[in-house]
Write a protein that binds this ligand. Structure first.
Ligand code: ZN
Length: 70
């Protein structure tokens, strides 16, 4: 399993998802109107640290596909 980050600019969010998440699987393109999906990361920690590095106000995991972050 891999991890991807969705960066949403208007909502000031960076959310970590599993690559099997329906929201990722159903995306039409990596770059969206409101933001973008990153490449897949093999480790959660890598995706999480990328999410933090975006400087978004809200950094979290997807409640739909991920365990809550500690
Ligand atoms: Zn998700």
């Amino acid at each position: 399993m891999a991890y991807v980050v969705y960066v949403n600019t208007p909502n000031n969010k960076a959310i970590v998802h599993n690559s099997i998440c329906g929201k990722y699987q159903s995306r039409k393109r990596d770059k969206t109107h409101n933001g973008y999906w990153t490449k897949p990361y093999s480790k959660f920690e890598q995706a999480w640290s990328f999410a933090q590095s975006t400087g978004k106000k809200i950094v979290d995991t997807c409640s739909f596909c991920c365990e809550p972050a500690n």
